[in-house]
Design a protein around this ligand. Structure first.
Ligand code: PNS
Length: 173
């Protein structure tokens, strides 16, 4: 596959912001692995299988992209994929501290692996999976921010006012 970048994250769910990073990364790398973390400290709305399925559907037209889930340390996954680059998107300066901490931790765990950052495009710098879930859970449209398969899944999840209410109650427990 040549020079590979591993693009890791929760992808809960994948957004147009993520897809934009993948597309631009393909200009710099021969292939991109979208690596969906199965164990993250964040509570997921979707199961890892659902997140993988949505990402695969959204990226099915891209032959140089592979979508996989991983468990354990990211650096171990990157090494097992025979890659040496972790790619992360940066939206605002508020992302920086978290990303700096994560990149430094990964460097201390495996110094042969580099983290590279790509700035989000101006159209997507405000897009995050967290706000998309919030907007969808409150009945707002996220049509312009996520691929169709994700919009459909969010509608199934939050479709009715009762489901929205159930989600709101369960996420505030
Ligand atoms: O999209 P996110 O939630 O910001 O992605 C964070 C992620 C999944 C990249 C990070 O939590 C991660 O790498 N998890 C795997 C476990 C790991 O290697 N932790 C040490 C690095 S901080």
């Amino acid at each position: 596959m040549g020079k590979i970048a591993v693009y890791p994250g929760s992808f809960d769910p994948i957004t147009y912001g993520h897809l934009d990073i993948v597309e631009r990364a393909l200009e710099c790398f021969d292939g991109v692995i979208v690596a969906i973390a199965a164990d993250t400290p964040k509570d997921g709305l979707f199961t890892v299988e659902e997140r993988v399925k949505m990402a695969r559907t959204a990226l099915k037209a891209k032959p140089d992209v592979v979508v996989e889930s991983f468990t354990g340390l990211l650096v171990d996954y990157v090494a097992s994929a025979k890659a040496t680059v972790i790619l992360r998107g940066l939206r605002a300066t508020s992302d920086f501290e978290y990303e700096f901490h994560m990149a430094s931790t990964n460097k201390s765990l495996n110094e042969t692996i580099e983290t590279l950052f790509m700035m989000a495009s101006k159209d997507y710098f405000f897009v995050s999976s967290r706000t998309i879930k919030e907007v969808a859970s409150l009945g707002g449209s996220v049509k312009d921010l996520v691929p169709d398969c994700v919009e459909k899944k969010l509608k199934e999840t939050f479709g009715t006012p009762q489901r929205r209410k159930d989600h709101k109650e369960s996420s505030s427990l």
